[in-house]
Design a binder for this molecule. Structure first.
Ligand SMILES: [Fe+2]
Length: 283
């Protein structure tokens, strides 16, 4: 694949939560040791974040709640003198997905879209501390405010989804009824969508937001425990029944992929630019 380009339809970064603030210097230490460069720390309202790229080049943020203890001095000291870390400890675990940051050139329309079609009414607009003149539009629910943080870029470039891109953003709904309601609203105004697709463990519905970012609504049901016990999840290659006849072919293709995947290590993509939540300058 060609390398992707961040822009409309090709989101900027993903963010994951780690529980404790002191996990961040540990992550920085661990990653730097492995040849992955890290940018940060950056104070983000009530959080502190570091940034890196995954092996394909996707920008990843690791964020922790700043419960008041992150004075500038604390950050300078803990990141100026990184702790030695020999393994990823349980305290460092990435516990939840925090947010995805796609781009929008018309935040008002985006906000209306999520309100009208997905019932996400919890919104906020804040200035982007990383780039003057650009706001961040937070969209979410009461329980999960701002799980989408749109960068409202006035003249955004067209994005291209390729290597190192975020292909789509999936959101979960409780059940088929909730999904059907969304499908009905989309169809009522003629918003192009995939219809309901049976993924065996869940049901999916795909469509694009007004800026061309691909979204998915997935149901919780039937759930991953429908064909194996929760304790065994992830231990064997499980296929939906319509792919079972191709098991031998799929297994050998996976083995071949693994064998040929020498990776580029340390990775040779550009480091995360700084400040990290800004658009690279247009030429
Ligand atoms: Fe972020």
């Amino acid at each position: 694949m060609r390398p992707g380009r961040v822009g409309l339809g090709s989101p900027h970064h993903l963010s994951y939560t780690t529980r404790k603030l002191d996990s961040l210097p540990k992550w920085a230490s661990w990653l730097e040791q492995k040849g992955v460069s890290v940018v940060g720390p950056f104070v983000r309202d009530n959080r502190v974040s570091i940034y890196l790229r995954d092996p394909d080049g996707v920008t990843v943020e690791i964020t922790a709640l700043n419960e008041g203890e992150a004075s500038k001095r604390y950050l300078d000291e803990s990141f100026g003198n990184l702790p030695s870390v020999n393994s990823i400890t349980s305290g460092m675990k990435l516990t939840t997905f925090h947010h995805a940051s796609p781009l929008t050139y018309d935040p008002e329309t985006t906000a209306k879209f999520f309100d009208k079609f997905l019932g996400l009414t919890s919104m906020f607009t804040i200035p982007n501390p990383d780039q003057k003149g650009i706001n961040i539009l937070g969209i979410g629910s009461k329980e999960r405010p701002g799980f989408l943080r749109y960068l409202a870029v006035p003249r955004p470039p067209e994005g291209y989804v390729g290597e190192g891109s975020i292909h789509h953003i999936a959101m979960v709904v409780e059940d088929d009824d909730a999904q059907q309601k969304i499908l009905k609203r989309l169809n009522e105004v003629g918003i192009e969508n995939s219809g309901i697709i049976d993924r065996f463990w869940f049901h999916s519905l795909y469509f694009r937001d007004p800026d061309g970012n691909l979204l998915e609504i997935a149901t919780k049901n039937p759930g991953y425990a429908v064909d194996e016990s929760p304790e065994k999840l992830g231990t064997t290659l499980v296929l939906p029944k319509w792919l079972e006849p191709r098991r031998v072919e799929i297994e050998s293709a996976l083995k071949l992929t693994d064998a040929n995947n020498h990776g580029r290590w340390p990775p040779d993509y550009p480091n995360v630019h700084s400040p990290p939540e800004s658009m690279p300058r247009q030429r």
